[in-house]
Design a binder for this molecule. Structure first.
Ligand SMILES: Cc1cc2nc3c(=O)[nH]c(=O)nc-3n(C[C@H](O)[C@H](O)[C@H](O)COP(=O)(O)OP(=O)(O)OC[C@H]3O[C@@H](n4cnc5c(N)ncnc54)[C@H](O)[C@@H]3O)c2cc1C
Length: 464
């Protein structure tokens, strides 16, 4: 079969891969991208954007229900999941069109099909509309992403549980949604469906929700969501599943207190992600994987095969769109002689519950693990004047300052606009401003960021 040669060949059109392809094509390089399903990758199709879109519908429902507290009484709230889905689909369609336009105008060829390596830097692509193409690239970039893990629990696979993909396509309201996993994907869906009107139970087998956050953060979040009526089982192990999601399901969990059966109607699995690296011939390409199946890369995202890079989640990068995009920038700059690395990047994140949780830099547990001497200050959101105006006073801000100098080491916030406020602190951290500069900045009143002033005024003096 004829082998078609490209200068740039990208497998998977994820966040970083598509940016790389457009950049390279616009720079005049012959570029092809192989994508099996999602034009533009997971973020605009089945992950970030559609989930935040439906979360906004759930927020509107919640505001309507609480309208009377603001003096705006609404008579009953009726949820139309088909309309929620239609709104989401319209946004996704717009995103797909925008991506197709970018492929077209950049000159990168988008090839819809499943790719697997058959030799170093060479892909065989089974085209979605029939036929096969064999492509080789002078430089090859792997950006194949991950998929939802289905834990090996008896009966779970047969129960045909929802993942994020199916949950975002529901046109009915689950009577009782059981969410497996208390990480950010699980909690965002749990609150949204509770607000739509489902009964929701979250089962988290670890010792707390949001495993990487400090216990005070996890406890506050659980309290906030429980106040909205989300039920939690934290700690028990899921031992068996009976029935079929969408109909009737029974989940059997075991804890030191004994066995418990939870009856529900639907299951959503949000229990971690598995890289899409199996069965794509990486051994034939000389690309090594780590023990968990992620592509083994160095800090420049180079794989074990010459002229082959990996980008985003499949490379083990933190699982966020903005990181996949930064992976692209690292590779782009290094290809023209730069010396950028994935080491020490300051990666913020935001979980879009309401209120959201956002963090940049270290948690208290991180600081402790690293043996760092830190000063910690907190401020309840009820002390932030803007929160008093909007009536959103749950949560808190917390900052970590270096024990002996005034560097900001970390900032966590559960509160309205947390994702925006975190960007302010991140900017100060990037500029290496002492915390006192931010404390004494004139911030607009009344904004959520204004709370940084009183928060930072609470920082204790360095220990003698
Ligand atoms: C429900 C949910 C919500 C999320 N929300 C956020 C959020 O709010 N903010 C945030 O920053 N991150 C969020 N994320 C994570 C974020 O979506 C990803 O980190 C981001 O999309 C980057 O992914 P990527 O570039 O690694 O690959 P992806 O975007 O997943 O792209 C990989 C692409 O490769 C294709 N592919 C795989 N194998 C092959 C093959 N063999 N042949 C051809 N094509 C192939 C896939 O179809 C896919 O399109 C969320 C994740 C989930 C699950």
């Amino acid at each position: 079969m004829k082998v078609e040669r490209f200068e740039i060949l990208v497998l998977g059109s994820g966040a970083g891969g598509k940016l790389l392809s457009w950049h390279m094509a616009r720079s005049g390089r012959r570029t092809a991208v192989v994508e099996r399903r999602w034009i533009g990758g997971s973020c605009p199709n089945v992950n970030c954007m559609p989930s935040k879109n439906e979360i906004q519908s759930a927020k509107v429902a919640s505001l309507l229900r609480h309208g009377a507290e603001y003096g705006a009484r609404a008579r009953g709230v009726e949820i139309d999941m088909a309309a929620v889905r239609a709104r989401k689909r319209a946004m996704v369609d717009g995103q797909i069109a925008a991506h197709l336009h970018a492929y077209q105008t950049s000159g990168a060829e988008l090839i819809m099909g499943s790719g697997r390596f058959v030799a170093p830097k060479t892909l065989e692509v089974r085209l979605n509309d029939g036929g096969t193409r064999v492509l080789t690239g002078d430089r090859v970039f792997i950006n194949v992403g991950t998929h939802a893990a289905i834990p090996a629990v008896p009966g779970l696979e047969a129960a045909l549980a929802l993942t994020n993909i199916e949950a975002l396509e529901l046109d009915y309201l689950p009577r009782h949604l059981i969410v497996l996993g208390g990480g950010y994907v699980g909690l965002e869906f749990a609150q949204a469906y509770r607000r739509f009107g489902s009964r929701v139970t979250v089962i988290e087998h670890g010792k707390q929700l949001m495993a990487r956050e400090d216990p005070d953060v996890s406890e506050a979040l659980q309290r906030i969501l429980a106040d909205e009526g989300v039920d939690f089982l934290v700690g028990p192990e899921l031992t068996r599943v009976e029935g079929r999601s969408g109909k009737e399901v029974t989940l059997v969990v075991r804890s030191p207190a004994g066995e418990q059966r939870i009856e529900g109607s639907d299951i959503l699995v949000a229990a971690g992600r598995v890289p899409n690296t199996a069965d794509i011939g990486l051994d034939k390409a000389g690309v090594e994987l780590d023990t968990r199946g992620f592509v083994h890369v160095n800090e420049r995202l180079e794989t074990s095969a010459p002229d082959v890079w990996a980008i985003g989640e499949c490379a083990g990068s933190p699982q966020f769109t903005h990181v996949s995009e930064d992976d692209f920038r690292i590779i782009r700059d290094n290809l023209v002689g730069g010396r950028r690395s994935t080491r020490d990047r300051l990666v913020p994140y935001c979980m879009f519950t309401d209120p959201p949780l956002a963090r940049v830099g270290l948690s208290e547990a991180d600081a402790q693990r690293q043996g760092l001497d830190v000063r910690v200050a907190r401020l309840p959101m009820s002390s932030v004047l803007r929160a008093q105006t909007t009536g959103e006073m749950q949560g808190f801000m917390k900052v970590l300052i270096a024990g002996r100098d005034d560097r900001i080491l970390g900032f966590t916030m559960i509160g309205p606009e947390a994702g925006e406020v975190v960007a302010t602190v991140q900017t100060a951290m990037l500029a290496e401003l002492p915390y006192s500069r931010l404390r004494d900045a004139v911030l607009a009143h009344p904004t959520m960021a204004e709370g940084l002033g009183p928060l930072l005024s609470n920082v204790p003096s360095p220990a003698e």
